[in-house]
Design a binder for this molecule. Structure first.
Ligand code: HEC
Ligand code: HEC
Length: 231
C-alpha cells in the first residue's frame, strides 16, 4: 500500500515536471501566445494563417531578437505608418514571442514544400513568390518599391530594388543576395548601429532559388544599356 502510494507520487511528480519543462520553454510558450493572440489572422508560418502581413516562416533568419523586441513592444515607434496593432504585451508574452519568432528559420517548410518550389512555375513566377514568401518584401517593399525604415543609415530607409538592373550585373546581383550585408554602414558613427541588415541568403536558399529571385529583380527595372554579362 505504502509502496503503491509512493509509485503514484513518483508518477505525479514525473508528470508535473514534464508539464513544467513545457511551460518553461519560451519557444513553446511563444507558439501558444502566437495562436492565442490572433497573430495568425494576419501572418503565416508555413502555409497556415492569414496573408495581410508578411509570412514569418523565415522571420528568425531575417530579423534579430533585439529588433523583434523593439517591434513587438511598439510597432508604430519603428514605423508610424504600419497597420500592425500594438498588443501591449506582458513581459512574458514579449520574451516568449521573440524566442518563438527567432526560432523560425524556414524549417516549417521542407525544400519541396517551399511555395515557390511547387511544380509548374516559370523562373520569374518562382522568383516573385520567393520574394514575397521568404520575406524580401518585408524589408524591400511590395514589388521592391522600398519605403521601409532603417535606423542610422543615409536616407533613413532600406533601399528599394526597382533599379538594380542599372547597378548590378546578374552575377553581381546573385553574389549580393548570397552574401548579404551583415552590418550596413552607419550614417553617424556616434549613434547606435543600423538594426536592419541584409541577410546572407546563401545560408538558406539554393543557388537556383537565388538566381530566380535575381531574375525577378532584374525584370522590375529598366533594361541596362549593355547586357554583356552572362552567367
Ligand atoms: C491586423 C493584422 C496584423 C496582426 C493581427 C498582427 N500583425 Fe504583425 N504585421 C502586420 C503587418 C501588415 C506587418 C508588416 C509591416 C507593415 O507593412 O506595416 C507586420 C509585421 C510583423 C513583423 C515583422 C515582419 C518582418 O519580416 O519584418 C512581425 C515579427 C510581426 N508582425 C509579428 C506579429 C505578432 C507576433 C503578432 C501577434 C501578437 C502580429 N504580428 C499580429 C499585420 C499584423
Ligand atoms: C531584414 C531585411 C532584409 C531582407 C529580408 C532582405 N533584405 Fe535585401 N537589403 C537589406 C538592406 C538593409 C540592404 C542594404 C545593405 C547595405 O547597406 O548595402 C539590402 C540590400 C539589398 C540589395 C542591394 C541593393 C542595392 O541598392 O545595392 C539587393 C539586391 C537585395 N537586398 C536583395 C534582397 C533579396 C532578393 C531578398 C530576399 C531573398 C532580400 N534582399 C531580403 C535588407 C533586407
Amino acid at each position: 500500500m505504502v509502496k503503491k502510494t509512493l509509485i503514484g507520487f513518483g508518477l505525479l511528480m514525473a508528470v508535473l515536471s514534464a508539464c513544467q519543462t513545457v511551460s518553461q520553454d519560451p519557444v513553446t510558450r511563444g507558439d501558444v501566445y502566437f495562436h492565442a493572440l490572433g497573430c495568425m489572422q494576419c501572418h503565416q508560418i508555413g502555409d497556415q494563417g492569414g496573408t495581410w502581413g508578411p509570412n514569418l516562416t523565415f522571420i528568425g533568419f531575417r530579423k534579430s531578437p533585439e529588433w523583434l523586441t523593439l517591434w513587438l513592444k511598439s510597432p508604430h515607434s519603428w514605423n508610424q505608418k504600419t497597420v500592425m496593432p500594438n498588443f501591449h504585451l506582458s513581459q512574458d508574452e514579449l520574451t516568449s514571442l521573440v524566442a518563438y519568432l527567432s526560432a523560425q528559420k524556414g524549417q516549417a517548410w521542407t525544400d519541396a514544400e517551399r511555395p515557390w518550389n511547387k511544380p509548374g512555375l516559370t523562373a520569374l513566377e518562382r522568383g516573385h513568390i520567393l520574394f514575397n514568401k521568404a520575406g524580401c518584401v518585408a524589408c524591400h517593399g511590395q514589388d521592391g518599391r522600398g519605403g521601409y525604415p532603417n535606423n542610422n543609415v543615409v536616407g533613413g530607409q532600406i533601399p528599394g530594388l526597382t533599379q538594380v538592373s542599372l547597378g548590378y550585373s546578374r552575377k553581381e546581383l546573385i553574389r549580393k543576395i548570397t552574401n548579404g550585408v551583415p552590418q550596413p554602414a552607419p550614417a553617424d558613427p556616434n549613434k547606435p548601429l543600423p538594426m536592419i541588415f541584409m541577410p546572407s541568403w546563401g545560408k538558406v536558399l539554393s543557388q537556383s532559388e537565388i538566381s530566380d529571385v535575381a531574375d525577378y529583380l532584374l525584370s522590375l527595372g529598366p533594361k541596362p544599356s549593355s547586357s554583356a554579362d552572362s552567367f
